[in-house]
Ligand binder design. Sequence first.
Ligand code: UTP
Length: 301
Amino acid sequence: MPAHTEILKAVVPVAGMGTRLLPATKAQPKEMLPVGRKPVVQYVVEELQAAGVEQILFITGHKKAVIEDHFDTDPELVRILSSGGGYAMLEELAYTETETRFYYTRQSVPHGLADAVGHAEKFVASDPFVVALGDTIIKDHAGSSFIQEMIASHLHSGAACTIAVEEVDSEEVYRYGVVKPASGTDLTSDFDVEDLVEKPKPENAPSNLAIAARYVFDPVVFDAIHRTAPDRNGELQLTDSIRLLIQLGHPVRAIRLRPGEKRYDIGNFESYFKAFIDFSIADEKYGYLIRQYLKRKVREF
Ligand code: UTP
C-alpha cells in the first residue's frame, strides 16, 4: 500500500453528557454553546478544514441533532434573508456552503471517549485519521494550522498515534491526562511518548505536558480500543487505549502547541467563561467596546 501523504478523514466526538455545564446543557449540546459569535463545534470544523480534512464523522448521541442542522444548508432561511435584503447575515451562513462531507453516527450510551472513537471504525477503514474533541477549540496563529503540523509530523514519523500536548502550570496537572516523554527527549519539537498518566498529583506527574484534545491515529488504534478494559465507571478511556498501543510496541508521539497557540476546553464553566472573554475581546467588531467595558469593570472590583 502506498504511504499516505495527507489525511482526509476526521472524527469529532460530541456524544458526551456535558454534566459539568448543567443546566446550560440540559436540553442542548455543550458543543453548540457559543464562544463569541460561533458555537464551539464550528471552530473545531474550521480547524479541520484548514488542515485539508474533507470528510468529518460526528459521533453524536441524545439531544445532539441540532449539530446536524447547524452544518446543513437551510434553503428557507436563505430565501427569507435574500428577499428581506439581509445580505450581511447571508454571509454568516457561508460556512454551510462547503465541499466538506459530514457524516453522523450515534453513540447511544456515552461509554467513554475510546468507545466513541470505536464507532468510527468502518468510516476510517484503512486510512489514518484525526480525532478532534468537539468541546475544545485550539486557537492557532493566524494563517497557520496546528492540525496540519500534527498530520505532517504523524506521517513523517510513521507513529501509530500523535497526540497534541500543551504546557500547563505544574499545580494544574491533576486536571489533565499528562504524557511521560521518552528519556533524553528534546521537548522543543515532536517527541516519543513512553507513557500517559491520567490526572496525576503534581508531585507524581511525569511532565507538565497535558493532552490537548487533538490526536492523529492509524487504524491500528481500533485493535487497542477493542482490548481496552472499562474503568471503574464502566467507561472506555482513550488514554488507556493509547497506553495499550505503547504496550503493544507501537510508537506513540506527541507534539506541543506552539508559542501563542492555546487550547480552550469548554467542558467546565471556568474555562468556558475564560474562552468567551478571550474571543469577545478579540472580536473584529465588538472587541474594542468589550475591552473598554472590562477595563471599567476591573476598576470597580
Ligand atoms: P468529556 O470528557 O468532557 O465528557 O468529553 P462529557 O461527558 O462530555 O462531559 P461531563 O464530564 O459530563 O461534563 C470530551 C468530548 O468527548 C465527547 C464529548 O461530547 C466531548 O466533546 N464524548 C465523551 C463522547 O463523544 N462520548 C463519550 O462517551 C464521552
